[in-house]
Design a protein around this ligand. Structure first.
Ligand code: AMP
Length: 437
């Protein structure tokens, strides 16, 4: 038997129509285009501009940018070497955007840089519903602004995308991680809290106790959750300045009528966060409820070699999760586009005319379909039907000689004869925005 190939587990194809991979529905390409263009449109309203960085990055950038002790860097990177060089398929896009900002001196464009991105990311996680090895993120980064307004604009731009797509019932949680100066004091307090219980902790948490105690707060283990509930709270350790920043963020969120809950144990898995941290969840999605997350990361630029910290805040959101949320709310998305008109030819001369006419009409901006298999007229009509073309233009050798064509409305079945000279005007009236099957 001939060998056939399959896509790699944890990745998926986006086909013209919706399909099912590992029990999950993957939307068709028209739905992806619709969602992507909505994201671009909504983020543009916030005066964010798109940045596109390579999928391949230097492994060291990601290790430093994401943090040596994170799951992403220790376990989930698709990294490889060629000669002396170490490459990684980007697992996220914040560190690459900051790299580009520093490399190209984007601050010289003036003001705060308001950038958004959209594209694939790669993590070697255990694939399951809503969790893939190649997935897609969109997000924004506002770089060069320390003002709490930047934090709130970032949150507002994230929420606007879900709102525009009709995804409601999301829950926004926020917290402050304080400043770099006070963090070590809190981390020590956390260590002191968990140390007496070391023996009761899971292997993962015991390891985190030594490497990154903040991450223990992320634990999903029931008995550890109880310990976490009694742990010292970051908010009791932050300095005046952080507290003022956090208070302003909350006031500005209130001003925009953005509903949130404060979660004193919300920490982000990534090391470079400072001050504001937030997460957006959709409870209907169960285990894959995390839609997006983000926060302020004033330390990233310095970690990447900048001579001083650069105020920056952003969010990253998963597009596959966004599709799950759309499905959970039965939002209807565009299907495969249908042609404006299907050209049917009967006879060789007519087939050549149709072939030329199709090109001409396409220049006019129409979506034009025609037969490419030399099929009978009946088969061509069937194909026009299958493609749900609202109209067909039917032409035979004899009609061509007489300078006329038949236009058939496929819905009503009505057919009229029109002179060739009027085809243009007639067909222009058929042009639709995006009719879909
Ligand atoms: P993170 O960069 O880990 O904060 O992830 C940001 C968002 O990306 C999450 O809230 C998810 O919506 C999405 N995400 C992260 N990892 C995956 C994955 N392996 N598959 C699908 N979506 C993911």
């Amino acid at each position: 038997m001939a060998q056939t190939f399959q896509n790699i587990r944890g990745t998926f194809d986006i086909l013209p129509e919706a399909s099912t991979t590992d029990g999950t529905t993957i939307a068709g390409s028209a739905a992806w285009q619709f969602v992507e263009s909505t994201i671009r449109r909504v983020l543009s309203r916030f005066n964010l501009v798109e940045i596109r960085t390579p999928i391949l990055e230097d492994t060291e950038l990601i290790a430093r940018g994401v943090g040596q002790h994170t799951d992403i860097v220790t376990k989930e990177m698709f990294a490889f070497e060629r000669g002396e060089d170490h490459y990684v398929l980007r697992p996220e896009i914040t560190a690459p955007v900051m790299r580009a900002y520093l490399q190209h001196h984007l601050q010289q464009r003036g003001g705060a840089q308001k950038l958004f991105y959209i594209g694939p990311c790669f993590r070697a996680e255990r694939p399951q519903k809503g969790r893939y090895r190649q997935f897609h993120q969109f997000g924004c980064e506002v770089i060069g602004a320390e003002d709490p307004r930047a934090d709130v604009e970032v949150i507002a731009s994230m929420l606007a995308v879900y709102e525009e797509l009709g995804i409601g019932r999301n829950e926004l949680r926020i917290n402050t991680l304080g400043s770099p100066e006070t963090r070590p004091v809190y981390v020590d307090a956390l260590k002191a809290h968990f140390e007496p219980h070391r023996a009761r902790l899971s292997d993962v948490s015991r390891n985190r106790l030594d490497t990154n105690p903040l991450r223990i707060l992320d634990t999903k283990e029931g008995n550890e959750r109880e310990l976490v509930a009694k742990a010292p709270r970051l908010i009791d350790f932050v300095d005046e300045e952080s507290r003022a920043h956090y208070d302003q963020v909350k006031t500005l969120l209130d001003d925009l009528d953005i509903v949130y809950t404060e979660d004193p144990f919300l920490v982000r898995g990534l090391d470079y966060y400072t001050h504001t941290a937030f997460e957006l969840e959709n409870p209907a999605l169960g285990a894959q409820r995390a839609l997006a997350g983000g926060g302020r990361y004033d330390l990233l630029a310095r970690d990447l070699g900048a001579s001083r910290p650069v105020g920056a805040v952003g969010f990253a959101a998963g597009i596959e999760r966004l599709f799950l949320a759309l499905q959970a709310q039965n939002v209807v998305l565009p299907g495969t586009p249908v042609p404006d008109v299907f050209l049917v030819a009967l006879g060789d001369v007519a087939a050549r005319w149709v072939f030329r006419e199709a090109q001409r009409l396409r220049r006019e901006g129409l979506r034009v379909a025609l037969d490419l298999k030399g099929r009978s007229m009946k088969a061509q009509m069937r194909e026009a039907d299958r493609q749900k073309a609202p109209s067909t233009l039917i032409v035979g050798d004899d009609e061509l000689a007489a300078g006329v064509v038949q236009m058939k409305n496929m819905g009503s079945g009505d057919q009229i004869e029109i002179p060739i000279s009027e085809v243009n005007a007639y067909v222009r009236g058929l042009r639709t925005e995006t009719t879909t099957r």
